[in-house]
Design a protein around this ligand. Structure first.
Ligand code: ZN
Length: 87
């Protein structure tokens, strides 16, 4: 079971969507949102068998409707997460 989450920055209006969790029928997939600390870009990555784990700073998504997350675009902590659909 996974969830689609919409992220939107209230400061710069940067917007993106990501998947969090598993995908039905795919046992080696567990998606999570992370910041690539080398490129400082947002990435939605599969954490199972992930190589180069050190490269990523994972967002805390225990609460999928959260505020004050780091925005990779304007570098402010103004990013809001809103879960949209479960799949
Ligand atoms: Zn921003």
């Amino acid at each position: 079971m996974g969830v689609r989450v919409k992220a939107k920055c209230t400061n710069c209006n940067y917007e993106f969507r990501f998947k969090y969790g598993t995908t039905k029928g795919e046992y080696l997939v567990y998606m999570a949102p992370a910041l690539n600390i080398e490129t400082l870009e947002f990435e939605n990555i599969n954490t199972i068998n992930l190589k180069d784990k050190w490269k990523y700073s994972f967002y805390d998504v225990d609460n999928l409707n959260s505020e004050n997350n780091y925005c990779p675009k304007c570098k402010q902590h103004e990013l809001q997460f809103r879960s949209t659909t479960f799949y």
